[in-house]
Design a protein around this ligand. Structure first.
Ligand code: GLU
Length: 449
C-alpha cells in the first residue's frame, strides 16, 4: 500500500509508506457512495463459514470451536489530543485460531472498528493463511480512532499505547501484527520500537516494517501484486487476456493502487477509480502511475487531468473485465450488485461482498475471486518478512516476488480445482480447503477429537 497518504493495507487511501497524514474523509460510505452492507462483517463471514461446514459435514461441536475465538482482548487507549483534552479510544486484538502456527493479522485504525468487526476479520485471517499454506493462525487488531483527523505525533501515541497494553499476548512465536486499513510501515516501526523497549530488539514481532528497519522488499506492493498473480492464473480459463483487460478500482489505497499499477504494467487499462473523495472514469484509460503520484502529492482525485468526474456509485456501471473492490467491507451489496458490468470481481478488500451480492453476482455468471484467496499476497510476504527477520538475512525483491507468485498460483489452482470438482463457487471451495486444513492441524495437535 503505497503512499497516497497515511496508511492502509486495503484502505481508501493509504500506503505502507511514510507519507503525510491523510486529510480525506474516512468513511467508506462517503468514499464510494453505495450504501454498505445489509449485514455486519461478522454475519458475512459466519454465513460463508456455515455454508462450507455444512458441505463438509463438519460436526457441530468442532464447528463451534472454529466459530469462536481463542482470545479477545479489549483495552483502553486514553490519548491527549491537540484540543488539550484526553480522549478515550478502544483497542482490540482478537486471536481467532492458532492451530497452524502463531496468530497473524493486521491492525487497523478506523472509527468504525469494534469487537465484532475485528473478530470477523481475525476469522478471515485463519482461513486465508490456511488457503495459501503459510504456517500462521488468524488474528486481527484495531483501534477505533478517526485516523484521518490525527497528526503523525498523535498516531504515534496511539500505536505505542496500544502496544503497551497488548504486548503480553504478542511476540514472534505468539502473534505478529501487520498493516491494515490506515496503518502502514511507519505504524509498524513505532510498534516494533515499543515492543523492543520491553523485550529487546525483536524485528520479527511485526511485519510490514520500513525497509530501513528490517522490512522486506516487496511487502508494500504484495497484496496488490498477489491479486494480479491470481488474476493472471484465472484469466485463460475465462477466455480473458491479462494484457487486454479493462479494469475498475474501488478504493485507491495501498492495495488498489498497487494492483492498478501492476495490471497496467502488463498491458491492462484502468477505466475507473474511486477514493474517499469521489470517482473518475476514462474509457481511453487512466494512467495509474500518474494518478498515484497525483494523489501522493495531496491533490484531489477529481482534479486529475483528462478524465470525467462521476458520482461514486456510477463507478459500478462502467463496463470492464475486472472490478477490484479495494475499500472497506460490504461495499458490494444487495442494493448495487446487479449494476456491476464486469466478468470478474477480484476482492482486494476484506469482506467487500455481502452474501446477497455474492448470490446475485454468481447467478449472473460473474466470477468472484474471494478475499481469503485474492488478497492473501500481503500475509504471504509478511511470512517472508518474518522468515527473513528470524534468519537476519535479506532476500532480493525478485526472489520475494517470484516466491509470492508461486504461492498465489498454487493456491488459485488448488481452490479452482476444488471448485470444479465440487461444482461450487471459488469462495465456497476456498473456505472448504481452509477449514479442512485448520481441522487437520487441530486434530493432530489433539485439540479436537
Ligand atoms: N492486513 C493484511 C490482510 O488482511 C495483512 C496481514 C498480515 O500481513 O499479517 O491480509
Amino acid at each position: 500500500m503505497a503512499d497516497d497518504a497515511t496508511v492502509t493495507e486495503e484502505g481508501l487511501h493509504g500506503d505502507d509508506g511514510l507519507g503525510p497524514p491523510d486529510k480525506s474523509p474516512r468513511s467508506a460510505n462517503e468514499a464510494t457512495g453505495p450504501a454498505r452492507a445489509e449485514l455486519s462483517n461478522y454475519a458475512i463471514v459466519n454465513h460463508y463459514f456455515d455454508i462450507a461446514t455444512e458441505r463438509l459435514e463438519l460436526r457441530e461441536d468442532i464447528a463451534a470451536v472454529l466459530r469462536s475465538s481463542y482470545r479477545e482482548v479489549q483495552v483502553q487507549i486514553p490519548i491527549r489530543l491537540g484540543d488539550g483534552r484526553t480522549h478515550v479510544f478502544s483497542g482490540f486484538r482478537v486471536q481467532h485460531n492458532g492451530a497452524r502456527g502463531p496468530y497473524k493479522g493486521g491492525i487497523r485504525f478506523h472509527p468504525e472498528v469494534d469487537l465484532d468487526e475485528v473478530r470477523a476479520l481475525a476469522t478471515l485471517m485463519t482461513w486465508k493463511t490456511a488457503i495459501v499454506g503459510v504456517p500462521f493462525g488468524g488474528a486481527k487488531g484495531g483501534v477505533n480512532i478517526p485516523a484521518g483527523d490525527l497528526s503523525q505525533a498523535e498516531l504515534q501515541k496511539v500505536a505505542r499505547s496500544f502496544m503497551d497494553k497488548i504486548e503480553k499476548v504478542l511476540g514472534p512465536n505468539r502473534d505478529i501484527p501487520a498493516p491494515d486499513v490506515n496503518t502502514n510501515a511507519q505504524t509498524m516501526a513505532w510498534l516494533m520500537d515499543e515492543y523492543g523497549k520491553l523485550h529487546g530488539h525483536t524485528p520479527a514481532c511485526v511485519t510490514g516494517k520500513p525497509i530501513a528497519l528490517e522490512g522486506s522488499y516487496g511487502r508494500e506492493a504484495a497484496t496488490g501484486r498477489g491479486l494480479i498473480d491470481v488474476y493472471r492464473e484465472a484469466a485463460p480459463a475465462l477466455g480473458l487476456k491479462p494484457e487486454d483487460t479493462r479494469f475498475v478500482v474501488q478504493g485507491f489505497g495501498n492495495v488498489g493502487s498497487w494492483a492498478a499499477r501492476i495490471l497496467q504494467d502488463i498491458g491492462g487499462t484502468l477505466v475507473g477509480v474511486s477514493d474517499a473523495t469521489g470517482a473518475i472514469r476514462a474509457d481511453s484509460g487512466i494512467d495509474a502511475d500518474a494518478l498515484h503520484a497525483h494523489l501522493a502529492a495531496g491533490d484531489p482525485l477529481g482534479d486529475f487531468a483528462g478524465v470525467d468526474a462521476i458520482d461514486a456509485d456510477e463507478l459500478l456501471d462502467i463496463e470492464c473485465e475486472v472490478f477490484i473492490p479495494a475499500a472497506l467491507g460490504g461495499m458490494l451489496n444487495q442494493g448495487n450488485a446487479d449494476r456491476l458490468r464486469c466478468r470478474v470481481v477480484l476482492e482486494g478488500a476484506n469482506s467487500p461482498t455481502t452474501p446477497a451480492a455474492d448470490e446475485i453476482l454468481t447467478d449472473r455468471g460473474v466470477v468472484v475471486v474471494p478475499d481469503v484467496l485474492a488478497n492473501a499476497g500481503g500475509v504471504v510476504v509478511s511470512y517472508f518478512e518474518w522468515v527473513q527477520n528470524l534468519q537476519h538475512f535479506r532476500w532480493e525483491e525478485d526472489a520475494v516476488n517470484g516466491q509470492l507468485r508461486k504461492i498465489m498460483r498454487t493456491a488459485y489452482r488448488e481452490v479452482s480445482s476444488r471448485a470444479e470438482a465440487d461444482g461450487v463457487p471459488l469462495r465456497v471451495a476456498a473456505y472448504e480447503l481452509g477449514i479442512e486444513r485448520v481441522v487437520e492441524a487441530s486434530r493432530t495437535r489433539g485439540y479436537i477429537a
